[in-house]
Design a binder for this molecule. Structure first.
Ligand code: GLY
Length: 363
């Protein structure tokens, strides 16, 4: 079985990232050594524990103590209250500076667990064992951790890199198709950003990937992770190039917020964001051929239909995005397959008109 052993070099060290079918029960992940004789706190959600808790049994036998801390599903986990109850529970159970946190779940669990690890006793070690495709290709990599404020997602957090990431594609078999679709949209984003070959692989294998086949998914997860690693290594704290990862996210985040984080999964919203970015990019010279190929591929994802939305509402949410600074709106736009640029000279009126046309065409 193919295993991919990657690593991410960052200002506080190196994070090994292991990807593959069955990699969690493989000694090469070195998780057993990492938990050996430590107090371990597993942060996870009820669904993930119900489906996969038993895969952690060999690890639990190596730990000095093993506490499983259950948090709410999805974004509801990323609150100050939940973080506070975890700090208290960890302290109560004897958590020390050399204790370890294992994030076992999707992106929300990983963001929360990383935040709790980064702040408990000024920072303790944690590992990411992502169980969704989205987390395996994006959220678990790069050290971003966060909780949400009532009106702004991910607004309180810190950079705290995990000591290791173990992305076992076997865990993806239980994911519903919509969740795979959501994760694959982040893979498509990475392909458009920096990897023309990955784009071709998606064109060729999309149906197999959407069905959750671990062998088909493993090389694609590894390629997307590699793309993210190389951007984060060049710009760990998002001063410039890491901003490229925001391709499709300016409108994507606004759609998620405008729909109260209920109707669209993150990747589905990003799918619409990609289509809008292609539209803006075409006006600046993206070839009709490339634009057409991206549109055709996004079409094959069969995104859920958008309900009626007001341009003003979306523009307001875009204005609240934390990636917008005093310099104004910056848009990541494809220039060709595998390459994008950041532009900041698009007038607000131009965006509003393009968005109006985009929504009209979709309705
Ligand atoms: N998900 C975007 C980033 O890690 O920068």
């Amino acid at each position: 079985m193919t295993r991919y052993r990657l690593q991410l070099r960052h200002p506080s060290g190196v994070t090994p990232i292991h990807v593959g079918d069955g990699v969690l029960s493989d000694e090469s992940s070195q998780l057993e050594d990492w938990v050996l004789d430590r107090r371990v706190f597993v942060i996870s959600s009820p669904t993930v524990l119900g489906l996969h808790a038993r895969v952690l049994a060999p690890l639990s036998e190596r730990a000095a103590t093993w506490n499983v801390l259950e948090v709410p599903e999805g974004e509801d986990a990323k609150s100050l209250e939940v973080a506070g109850s975890l700090w208290e529970a960890i302290l109560e159970a004897g958590g020390k500076r050399d204790s370890r946190i294992l994030a076992f779940g999707g992106g929300s669990v990983g963001d929360l667990a990383g935040f709790v690890a980064g702040s408990y006793m000024r920072g303790i070690d944690y590992a990411q064992v992502p169980t969704t495709l989205l987390a395996q290709v994006d959220a678990a990599i790069g050290g971003k951790t966060a909780i949400n404020l009532t009106k702004a997602k991910n607004s309180v957090g810190l950079f705290h890199h995990p000591q290791r990431v173990v992305a076992d594609t076997r865990l993806l078999r239980t994911l519903p198709r919509e969740e795979l679709r959501s994760g694959l949209m982040e893979v498509l984003k990475m392909a458009i950003l920096s990897d023309g070959e990955l784009f071709v692989a998606l064109e060729r294998d999309l149906e197999g990937l959407l069905s959750g086949d671990a062998a088909t998914l493993s090389p694609v997860v590894a390629a997307a992770a590699e793309g993210k690693i190389s951007i984060v290594e060049r710009d760990p704290t998002e001063r410039n190039e890491r901003m490229l990862l925001n391709l499709g996210h300016t409108l994507g985040h606004a759609l998620e917020a405008g729909l109260d984080y209920r109707l669209l999964r993150h990747g589905e919203a990003v799918g619409y964001g990609l289509l809008f970015a292609v539209r803006l990019a075409e006006r600046r010279g993206l070839s009709a051929d490339t634009a057409g190929r991206i549109r055709q591929l996004v079409d094959r994802f069969e995104l859920p239909k958008l309900p009626a939305l007001e341009v003003d509402t979306l523009v307001e949410f875009m204005g609240r995005d934390k990636k917008i600074d005093e310099g104004g709106w910056r848009w990541v736009l494809p220039t060709e397959l595998g390459s994008c640029e950041v532009v900041s000279d698009l007038a607000r009126e131009e965006i509003e008109q393009a968005l109006q046309d985009f929504l009209t065409e979709l309705s």
